[in-house]
Structure formats: structure tokens, C-alpha cells
Design a protein around this ligand. Structure first.
Ligand code: PRP
Ligand code: URA
Length: 262
């Protein structure tokens, strides 16, 4: 387990003097070209403070998580291709703007990732949604693939992969292999890494996969960013590390439980 020292900074609009802004812990800085961390605005930090609080009731957890998810979706859409597009306004003047290009699909990692589907639907009407069921083993924290159902033409689409939590780094599975005459050690990765492997196996090019994530550990970000240099992660916050049970710290606990059942 590694732990970063997360920076404490004055948070507020740039035009305000530093001594006029309250301090808060902001995202750990990461240096990967393919990782975008949302701007650490007062709004985002206040929303995260609500969902991190252990005494926040489920209704508020859902409401405020959804607000963060909306911010992530809006930022994620900025990374899709656009082309120049001129329209004529009601007063007969041209406006040189942009239009989106290409088809998209959302793919949620069940169950927690499904919480992000509505935020995507709110921005992209009738968007196609695929599902991948990967669950972490509670004891070993290793991910297991149970099920996937993806749009038939997924290989032709940009994929917004949805999971609010990116926790673990690399995992290794050890098997005795007769073929290789010894112990076979395979890197199987965390849930998000496994999900990208599934997408790639269905023909989605790595560069068309955008992973939208609420909270990440530094090791999770590092492993994802290095394993898939052509993909992009958009996250709201990179936290300090993982505890001995591979929970993100300081974290927010089990997202799926807090959103759906607790
Ligand atoms: C959680 C979370 C991620 C995964 C992150 O899911 O939603 O999918 O753990 O951990 P990792 O990066 O170490 O793989 P979990 O398997 O607990 O299932 P849930 O969505 O049903 O809560
Ligand atoms: N999944 C969660 O929901 N929370 C964590 O901290 C790690 C994995």
C-alpha cells in the first residue's frame, strides 16, 4: 500500500485573494497525459465532502453523487471529436460553431457503475448502454467477470466506461501450468482494467475508450494510465491511497452499498 500526501490548498475563484479562501484537501497531482482531473472548484469539493461523510443519508448520497457524475459526463464529452459546423440563427446570421462527430455508447461496470447511467442519459438522449458485471472478491479484492452485454456495433462507437471507484493496482494470479512447465503468473488487473480488456476483445480501439470515474487511488490511476496509454480517464479526484482491505482512503466507503442499499 502506498500513501500520498494529498495537497491542502486554498479553494475558490482565482480573482479572490488567497487569504479570502478556505483551505481544503484537493486531488493528489498525477502526471499522466491521458488522465484529466476535474478542476478542484469549491462546488466539487463541497459535493465530495457530502458524499465522503459517513453520516450522509442514502438520499443525499444519491443526490450529490449524481451532481458529481453530471460534472464528469459534461467533461468527458469534451474529449469526443467535433467538427466545425455553421448554423443560421433566427435573425438570419451565421454562427460558426461545432458539432459532435461519431457514435457513442455508455458501458457501466455493474453494480456501482450503473449509478452513472442516468447522468449520461441526461446529456445524451437515447444513448445506447452496455453492461459488464465485474465484482471484486471481498476477501482478495481480485475482480471476476460474470457477464457482459454490449451493443452489437460497439466496435464502431466511442465508449464511455462508467465506474465511480478505481481502487486497486495490479493483481497477479498464480496457476500451475503443465504447458509452461511451472508456475504461470498472470497480471489480471483491477475491475476497470478487466473491463477495458473486454471492450478491446470486442474490437473497440483503446483510443476510443474514455473512463469516467468519481474517485481513484494513485495506484489505480497509474496502472490504468500506463496499461492503456491511448485511453483517457476523467476523474473527479485522486485520493491518498488504499487501506489493507484495498478500500480507497480517505475514500467514501463502498459506493455501491451507499448508493443502492445502505
Ligand atoms: C467496486 C467498484 C469498482 C471496484 C473498484 O465494485 O464499483 O467496480 O469495486 O475496485 P478495483 O479497482 O479494486 O477493482 P464491487 O466489486 O465492490 O461491486 P459493486 O459495484 O456491486 O459495489
Ligand atoms: N470499491 C468501493 O466501492 N470503494 C472502495 O473504496 C474501493 C472499491
Amino acid at each position: 500500500m502506498t500513501e500520498e500526501v494529498a495537497p491542502v490548498k486554498c479553494v475558490g475563484p482565482e480573482y479572490r485573494a488567497e487569504d479570502q479562501k478556505p483551505t481544503a484537501t484537493v486531488s493528489t497531482v498525477v502526471h499522466f497525459d491521458n488522465v484529466t482531473v476535474l478542476p478542484q472548484t469549491p462546488q466539487l469539493i463541497a459535493l465530495l465532502s457530502i458524499i465522503r461523510n459517513h453520516s450522509t443519508a442514502r438520499g443525499d448520497f444519491v443526490f450529490y453523487s449524481n451532481r458529481i457524475i453530471r460534472l464528469l459526463v459534461e467533461e468527458g464529452l469534451n474529449h469526443l471529436p467535433t467538427i466545425s459546423h455553421t448554423v443560421t440563427t433566427p435573425v438570419g446570421r451565421p454562427y460558426d460553431g461545432l458539432s459532435f462527430q461519431g457514435k457513442i455508447a455508455g458501458v457501466s461496470i455493474m453494480r456501482a457503475g450503473e449509478a452513472m447511467e442516468q447522468g449520461l442519459r441526461d446529456c445524451c438522449r437515447s444513448v445506447r448502454i452496455g453492461k459488464i458485471l465485474i465484482q471484486r472478491d471481498e476477501e482478495t479484492a481480485q475482480p471476476k467477470l460474470f457477464y457482459d452485454k454490449l451493443p452489437e456495433d460497439i466496435a464502431d462507437r466511442w465508449v464511455l466506461l462508467l465506474d465511480p471507484m478505481l481502487a486497486t493496482g495490479e493483481f497477479f494470479s498464480c496457476q500451475v501450468s503443465e504447458r509452461w512447465g511451472g508456475l504461470l503468473i498472470r497480471n489480471i488487473g483491477g475491475s476497470a482494467i478487466m473491463a477495458v480488456d473486454v471492450l478491446k476483445s470486442r474490437g473497440v480501439p483503446e483510443e476510443r475508450i474514455l473512463f469516467l470515474n468519481v474517485l481513484a487511488s494513485p495506484e489505480g490511476i497509474k496502472n490504468f494510465a500506463e496499461k492503456f496509454p491511448a485511453s483517457r480517464v476523467v476523474t473527479a479526484f485522486v485520493d491518498e491511497g488504499l487501506d489493507e482491505k484495498n478500500y480507497i482512503i480517505p475514500g467514501l466507503g463502498d459506493f455501491g452499498d451507499r448508493y443502492y442499499t445502505r
